[in-house]
Design a protein around this ligand. Structure first.
Ligand code: MRU
Length: 337
């Protein structure tokens, strides 16, 4: 399986495949400063929980390079890590990776040592994410029947990770086993990660995909055309409640009503021991322009307000199984977590 070149470290900067421009243009964005990377994360040039975390891990290297040698080097560099931590609140991978990097920063004996160790650690986090993706693909594909049709939401593929994916890794593996019949991808309003990114990725991999409006998913599910719904997650709470792209919760409700299994695929780095249940997960609210404009054209009258949460929480009772790199958590609702 050819990996998606989502992000790549080059000598002293991070190259990001600019996801704001896909599928029309495949252009790489150079991030040489913490502020450039923070802006790339805020504006979704890089996005998806694991990819944000890995980008921030490389961001810690950029921060250390940017911070001059001085007696307050560690504190000054740590202040730059705070800028990265403040970019997006929901995906826990961001905080997980920054915590790892901060510990390395404060245990390094000099600026040079810190830069070297932070870079090794970022490479390691990237490799671990790829290994996790491969394992989740295997475990997840084992759950699928022969000749199956799946529905996914948002983009939980190579673009959202170090290059392979969570939900899409399962789809890639099902395809390579010859058990995949069809894939449907919700367009994923308002930023269209399903239409722009998932369809681009699957097409590149030679997997036929049909895109549907989010509002058509319930009709599709109740028609009996889909064998499984598979999505990623931005944060899995201790009780199994899972935050993911807005529209995942109604999809899970529709799957429940239609009797279709609903699978969350997420690495252990997306599990948050600090969130006892979904109500503790901070949901990012995004700006008005994402709804007020479509294709550069204004579609809302001036003065009309918006409600634009980027994520919702699917309660564990609607989740059939959670797949991670260590295996499958079946019937997570029945587990004493
Ligand atoms: O706002 P985004 O595009 O960063 O949201 C991404 C998602 O919700 C993904 O489904 C999630 O991060 C899992 S990615 C493997």
């Amino acid at each position: 399986m050819k990996l998606i070149p989502t992000l790549e470290w080059r000598e002293n900067h991070l190259l990001l495949l600019d996801q704001r421009l896909l599928p029309v243009e495949e252009i790489y964005l150079k991030c040489r400063s913490t502020e450039e990377l923070a802006e790339a994360i805020r504006t979704l040039a890089v996005r998806g929980a694991p990819a944000i975390g890995i980008a921030a891990a490389y961001g810690a290297v950029i921060a250390a390079i940017e911070t001059p040698e001085s007696s307050s080097f560690q504190q000054d560099c740590s202040g730059l890590l705070d800028i990265l931590a403040a970019t997006r609140p929901t995906a826990v991978n961001l905080f997980h990776c920054l915590d790892i990097q901060r510990k390395i920063l404060f245990s390094s004996t000099s600026r040079t040592v810190a830069i070297e160790r932070l870079l090794l650690s970022a490479h390691k986090l990237r490799e671990e994410d790829l290994d996790a993706s491969r394992a989740m693909g295997q475990f997840g594909a084992d759950l699928l029947p022969d000749d199956c049709t799946v529905l996914t939401h948002c983009n939980a593929g190579g673009l959202a990770t170090a290059g392979l994916g969570t939900a899409l890794s399962v789809i890639y593996e099902a395809h390579s086993r010859g058990i995949l019949s069809a894939v449907y991808a919700d367009e994923t309003r308002p930023l269209l990660q399903g239409a722009r990114l998932t369809s681009w990725e699957l097409q590149k991999a030679g997997i036929p995909v049909k895109v549907l409006p989010d509002s058509a998913a319930a009709s599709l599910l109740i028609s009996g055309a889909v064998d499984a719904v598979i999505t990623g997650a931005d944060r899995v709470a201790l009780n199994g409640d899972s935050a993911n792209k807005i529209g995942t919760y109604p999809l899970a409700l529709a799957a429940y009503e239609a009797g279709v299994p609903f699978y969350i695929v997420a690495p252990v780095s997306t599990f948050d021991p600090g969130s006892p249940d979904g109500s503790c997960i901070e949901i990012e609210k995004r700006g008005r322009d994402e709804l007020a404009f479509m294709g550069g054209r204004r579609i809302l009258p001036d003065g009309v307000g918006v409600f634009n949460p980027a994520f919702d929480v699917t309660p564990v009772k609607l989740i059939t199984s959670i797949v991670c790199e260590r295996g499958v958590i079946s019937a997570p609702n029945e587990i004493e977590w």
